[in-house]
Write a protein that binds this ligand. Structure first.
Ligand SMILES: Nc1ncnc2c1ncn2[C@@H]1O[C@H](COP(=O)(O)OP(=O)(O)OP(=O)(O)O)[C@@H](O)[C@H]1O
Ligand SMILES: [Mg+2]
Length: 358
């Protein structure tokens, strides 16, 4: 039996807005789950239903086999932090972290012990006597985390907790969060629409789109074997490149033919693609799935070069549209003619269903 179970969850606001159409997910104890998806896809609504801040229209939520949907938020054993710093400005850091413990009427010494423990984990031990206004954004967010974990929640929910921080702090805070999670072994759900945050934090990512789950998988599965074009598009920066290609079966060989290039497919794909003979499918190649060398089959010219330090991103025109290619050939110049090859990492999608063929 899984630790957390979300079963056929559904939310309709005002009888008309179907924010979450169907949501099924099982979470193991200690897992770090990330909900990822574009604005308005239902991430916060799902979180708020779990926390009890929003009623459910349909479905059920179980923790340890027990339904919690009829419990008050405070009785669910769930801590939640939001995008805005959820710390009280008029209380010291110590009092912020201790607040919920005091409500539970724990003995003073025990409260101090717990606050000290989580303060070490969250690296705010030196600031316990300060007020939130005397802290940086990252420190304040760590206080919010400390307060949330102090009560040892069964489930820890975070809804875009890093989005108020500047880019650099965001990246270092996410490492901190991952460390805190590993130290505590807590079960967490984290919401973001930042794909790189999702990839770096999650044990498993739940990709959502318009109120439904598009795919559930590990970061590697989501990145390398996206089940739909939506997921392939949403994950990866720069994003994957898509080409309309026609499948041509020529004897034993299966070719993919675009306007400006044609090649025979990898062995594993031959059988699957035979039934598509003469049809159009979609070829997806990530920027790093290309090679730049003389043997390449696509001739093109470099339009833009964007240095990234360890590698460069080049824009080139292929099949009448501009695509992005990542390469470590740092000396490439604008205007240079190059030949692009394709590694075996590409994937193909059914054009009608937009689902992955292989
Ligand atoms: N209280 C509400 N009443 C009516 N509609 C709502 C309410 N809250 C959210 N919605 C609608 O439900 C849908 C899902 O909203 P939700 O806040 O869950 O999205 P989200 O994935 O968290 O988006 P974001 O990334 O922008 O935070 C949206 O269409 C939104 O307009
Ligand atoms: Mg939201």
């Amino acid at each position: 039996m899984s630790y957390i179970k979300l079963e056929n969850l559904r939310k309709v606001y005002n009888k008309t807005i179907e924010a979450v159409k169907r949501f099924d997910l099982e979470i193991d104890k200690g897992e770090f789950i990330v909900f990822l998806g574009p604005s308005g896809c239902g991430k916060s609504t799902t979180m708020r239903m779990i926390a009890g801040l929003e009623t459910v229209t349909g479905g059920d939520i179980f923790i340890d086999g027990e339904s919690i949907i009829n419990l008050e938020p405070r009785d669910r054993g769930i801590s939640m932090i939001f995008q805005s710093y959820a710390v009280w400005p008029h209380m010291t850091v110590f009092d912020n972290v201790a607040y919920a413990l005091k409500l539970r009427k724990l003995p003073k010494e025990q409260i101090k012990k717990i606050v000290d423990e989580v303060a070490v984990i969250c690296d705010i031990k030196e600031h316990l006597e300060r007020y939130p206004s005397q802290l940086s954004g990252g420190q304040r967010q760590r206080v919010a985390v400390a307060r949330a974990i102090a009560v040892k929640p069964k489930l820890f929910l975070m809804d875009e907790p890093l989005s108020n921080l500047d880019a650099k702090l965001r990246v270092s805070m996410r490492t901190d969060l991952k460390r805190i999670h590993q130290d505590l072994g807590s079960t967490s759900i984290f919401v973001t629409h930042d794909q790189s945050e999702a990839l770096s934090l999650a044990d498993r990512i739940v990709v959502m789109n318009q109120g439904v789950i598009e795919q559930i998988g590990t970061p590697n599965e989501i990145y390398h074997t996206p089940e739909s074009m939506f997921v392939a598009q949403f994950i990866g920066s720069p994003p994957a490149n898509f080409f309309d290609v026609t499948v041509l079966v020529k004897g034993d060989k299966v070719m993919l033919s675009a306007k400006s290039f044609e090649f025979s497919v990898k062995k594993e794909l031959e059988k699957k693609l035979k039934e598509y003979d003469g049809k159009q499918i979609v070829l997806a190649a990530r920027p790093e799935n290309f090679t730049v060398d003389k043997t390449g089959l696509i001739e093109t010219e470099i339009i833009i070069v964007e240095p990234q330090g360890s590698h460069i991103v080049i824009n080139v025109e292929v099949d009448g549209k501009e695509i992005k290619v990542v390469t470590d050939k740092l000396d490439l110049q604008v205007g240079q003619k190059i030949k692009l090859g394709l590694t075996d990492k590409y994937i193909v999608f059914d054009k009608d269903t937009t689902n992955r063929i292989y």
